[in-house]
Ligand binder design. Structure first.
Ligand code: FMN
Length: 412
């Protein structure tokens, strides 16, 4: 388990030797927001907005973040925090921190090969990595790129159910320990930034986005010369097996809106490993997922990209923990941008957080060095937050660290 000396945050094992040298700008990124700004400078607006944006008025996107900012802590003092252990277990196996990488699609549009680079960064930091169905690297390629990472495969249940089940079998064969079923995407969310930017996958040049891409010639030349990334897991979903781009874009349209609890049970029965249900905010749904045999639930609203007006995940967390926290592991994602956010989520009852955009911004800012930088920022902030809260292990992070009114939500 990772242990650090006070005030001297050190990279997890192997990072120093294997990390590519970061660009000056990446090395001078001190927060996830700094990496976000660098990503914005590198990418055409349409690509940046694809990653950064949410649904409709983005009220839920903003509130995910605001919910973390609303929570205040009651730090303990005069505790010996010269040694801090950030390690924990997730689904019965070790994780160097209570953090896992959330699945994100289309990463390769931000940095070619970005999925593998984020997976390698997760490996370097000893964290579980989730691969999206609509990722731009195949199940097998991720397993090759990061063989020692704990891997979870996130499946969208597509109308072509057999196709989904073949992906699940491939994940099992490739040594993925967890199957994550995302349940908050019965239909695609209305992401208006993409409409305004004329951004779609397959990518088509239009007068608006040609102008946009011309502002970022390095990105545009790379895409023109080497071709647009492909959502490799979706190869074969159509009769035109060699060109998946047309279909890959339509995960939203291919998603099966009739997918329900009984269908989830069938998936559960077909999968021998750990089952994680992602996208739950209601206690009654969490109870159903637990009864069905889920090993973990993720309190998530897809990073504010689906139902705008949905509850902030941190606000939903205590209710879900109260309902099922004794039976399954409860994780939360959406809006984690600081190490102290991990302390807040754990104090409110989460076993771990997942991060989507932080490593995405990192990889878009500077490839592997940027993804590593994102994790280093969060790791060092988390260690510092633990030390400043007077706790030396993850197990010591509890509701007693919460100031009212967050404390009231947990106690009753
Ligand atoms: C660009 C992007 C793509 C995403 N793609 C997926 C996906 O394919 N499957 C999925 O379950 N969630 C997907 N998500 C949601 C994330 O898994 C996660 O729930 C969310 O990003 C967490 O919020 P955060 O970005 O504020 O950390 C995506 C999020 C983003 C930003």
């Amino acid at each position: 388990m990772a242990s650090v000396a006070a005030g001297v945050p050190q990279p997890a094992g192997g990072v120093q030797n294997s990390a590519p040298l970061p660009s000056r700008a990446v090395a001078r990124a001190f927060s996830i927001e700094d990496l976000r700004r660098l990503a914005r400078r590198r990418l055409p607006r349409g690509v940046f907005d694809l990653f950064d944006g949410g649904a409709e008025d983005e009220a839920t996107l903003r509130d995910n973040r605001a919910a973390f900012e609303r929570v205040r802590l009651m730090p303990k003092v005069l505790v010996d925090v010269s040694q801090v252990d950030t390690g924990t277990t997730l689904l019965g196996a070790p994780s160097a921190m209570p953090i896992a990488i959330a699945p994100t699609g289309a990463v390769g549009f931000g940095w070619r090969g970005g999925d593998c680079l984020i997976a390698r960064a997760a490996q370097a930091y000893g964290l579980p990595y989730s691969l999206s169905t609509s990722g731009t690297a195949s199940i097998e390629r991720i397993a090759e790129a990061a063989p020692n990472t704990r891997r979870w495969f996130q499946a969208y249940i597509l109308k072509q159910r057999e196709f989904t089940m073949r992906l699940v079998e491939r994940a099992q064969r490739a040594g993925y320990e967890g199957l994550m079923i995302t349940v908050d995407l019965a239909v695609g969310g209305k992401r208006e930034r993409d409409y305004r930017n004329d951004f779609a996958i397959p990518f088509r040049f239009t007068p608006r986005n040609v102008f946009d891409c011309a502002q970022r010639p390095t990105w545009a030349f790379d895409m023109l010369l080497r071709g647009m990334p492909v959502m490799e897991n979706l190869v074969g979903i159509t009769p035109t097996a060699t060109d998946t781009r047309g279909i890959a874009s339509t995960v939203g349209r291919n998603y099966d809106p009739s997918f329900d609890w009984s269908a989830l049970r069938e998936v559960r029965d077909a999968w021998g490993g750990k089952l994680i249900v992602k996208g739950i905010v209601r206690p009654d749904d969490a109870i159903r997922a637990a009864e069905l045999g889920a090993d973990a639930v993720i309190v998530s609203n897809h990073g504010g990209r689906q139902l705008d007006g949905g509850v902030a995940t941190l606000d939903a967390l205590p209710g879900v923990v109260a309902a099922v926290g004794q039976r399954v592991e409860v994780y939360v994602d959406g809006g984690v941008r600081r190490g102290v956010d991990v302390v807040k989520a754990l104090a409110l009852g989460a076993r771990a957080v997942l991060i989507g955009r932080p490593t995405l911004y990192g990889v878009c800012a500077g490839g592997e060095a940027g993804a590593l930088r994102a994790l280093e920022i969060l790791r060092s902030e988390f260690v510092r937050a633990m030390q400043l809260c007077g706790v030396t292990s993850v197990a010591q992070i509890g509701p007693d660290l919460l100031a009212a009114p967050a404390a009231l939500r947990v106690s009753g």
